[in-house]
Design a protein around this ligand. Structure first.
Ligand code: FAD
Ligand code: DHB
Length: 389
């Protein structure tokens, strides 16, 4: 088989890239290790920046997002029982949209199917060959049968545990990492959200987040120990703990119910440089991870797709390599800012095992500054709604 771009990974970044390229007449094949049902069963991000919404529009996939996504003009931040609001729209002119990654991925799968796009599911043994030369190709097996695709370029959109990053020799690659000493326990429940905006809560018992997917579906998270397992937490224990971490009036009106999904995610900051090696380009979680505080994971994947899409269009439509040559630097410039924001917001909102009384005072005074200072709120809001591409 031969195609222009082989895309490894059928998560949001791979699908979005494939759909955007198709709209400009550039051919691709997507290789996904799991089944479509498995990919759509993963509950992940929920907040979309304007930039990602714009890409979905350009991809011709934004109708349901506009019909069902919820516009959020601001967010609440609480500290114990104290609470203040940051108004994104007033401070930056831009809101965010609450629309689940699962739904966005489903919309992209539907669009690829309608366009007759080529996606191979349940592929194994994906191997990248010749990426540093002129004849890149990818080999893999599907149903026990060996296959090969020759191509011009390879997009590594295969997440943190994929093969693409590992294909770049260690002598070329530098990795930067910070592992946080806690995780997030998240549940999804068919209950109305406690409030119509998100609540990021700093409490002496640890961080909590009240989020949602729609008016009947809530998503809640609490900071947990890395040694905790999902089985340690009954629904009842989760709700009790959440109530203790959010302001009293919110706890009083919290509607609880059975969880329909429960999972623990460790928190990590990670960046690999460069994001290009020859004809291989890394996109999204394959190249970087942020701690979830601030909802930047999916949104940074989208900005990578934007820069790579732009570069590939320039290559195929204008015969220029300028965009693909600049890809790694352009993507990394924005990623490091999202890394900084996610690290800062995580540091502000969580309890750390080794936190000294001085560290705690720093956190409290920073929260106080954010509550009372418009410049600080503007900086937070600019980062939250997403820095320009
Ligand atoms: P992925 O979504 O990981 O997609 C990669 C795809 O590649 C997967 O479908 C995988 O099956 C496939 N793949 C992997 N290896 C191979 C291979 N060898 N061959 C073929 N295919 C392969 N972000 C937020 O902003 N907010 C959140 O609340 C949030 N929660 C998260 C919870 C969890 C448990 C995780 C893991 C991530 C979370 N994120 C969150 C981050 C966000 O979901 C990711 O940033 C986003 O999914 C990145 O998209 P991606 O397409 O780059 O990678
Ligand atoms: C969600 C997750 C986040 O990490 C975040 O900062 C906001 C919302 C969510 O899953 O809804």
């Amino acid at each position: 088989m031969k195609t222009q771009v082989v895309i490894i990974g059928g998560g949001p970044s791979g699908l979005l890239l494939s759909q955007l390229l198709d709209r400009r007449g550039i051919e691709s094949v997507v290789l996904e290790r799991k089944t479509k049902e498995y990919v759509l069963g993963r509950i992940r991000a929920g907040v979309l920046e304007r930039g990602l919404v714009g890409l979905m529009e350009e991809a011709g996939c934004a109708d349901r997002l506009h019909a069902e996504g919820i516009v959020h003009d601001g967010t609440l931040v609480s500290h114990g029982d104290d609470m203040f609001r940051i108004d994104f729209t007033e401070l930056t002119g831009t809101p965010v949209i609450v629309y689940g990654q699962t739904e966005l991925t489903r919309d992209l799968y539907d669009a690829r199917k309608e366009a007759g796009g080529s996606i191979e599911f349940e592929v194994d043994d994906v191997t990248i060959l010749g990426a540093d030369g002129d004849a890149p190709h990818v080999t893999y097996t599907v149903g026990g049968e060996a296959r090969r695709i020759d191509c011009d370029f390879i997009a590594g959109c295969d997440g943190f545990h994929g093969v693409s990053r590992q294909a770049i020799p260690l002598s070329v690659r530098t990795e930067y990492e910070k592992v946080y000493p806690f995780g997030w326990l998240g549940i999804l429940s068919e209950t109305p959200p406690v409030h119509d905006e998100l609540i990021y809560a700093n409490s002496e018992r640890g961080f909590a987040l009240c989020s949602m997917r729609n008016s009947k579906l809530s998503r809640y998270y609490i900071q947990c120990s890395l040694s905790d397992s999902v089985n340690d937490w009954t629904d009842e224990a989760f709700w009790q703990e959440l109530k203790r971490r959010i302001p009293g009036p919110m706890a009083d009106k919290l509607v609880t119910g059975p969880s329909i999904e429960k999972s623990i995610a460790p928190l990590r900051s990670f960046v690999t440089e460069p994001m290009r090696w020859g004809r291989l380009f890394l996109c999204g979680d394959a190249a970087h991870i942020v701690p979830p505080t601030g909802a930047k994971g999916l949104n940074t994947a989208a900005s990578d797709v934007h820069y790579l899409y732009e570069g590939l269009c320039e290559f195929y439509k204008a015969g220029s390599s300028t965009g693909i040559d600049a890809y790694s630097q352009r993507a990394l410039n924005r990623i490091w800012k999202a890394e900084r924001f996610s690290w800062w917001f995580s540091s502000l909102m969580h309890r750390y095992p080794e936190q000294s009384s001085f560290d705690l005072k720093m956190q409290i005074s920073e929260l106080d500054f954010l509550r009372s200072n418009k410049a600080a709120q503007t900086a937070m809001a600019q980062n939250y709604v997403g820095l320009p591409y």
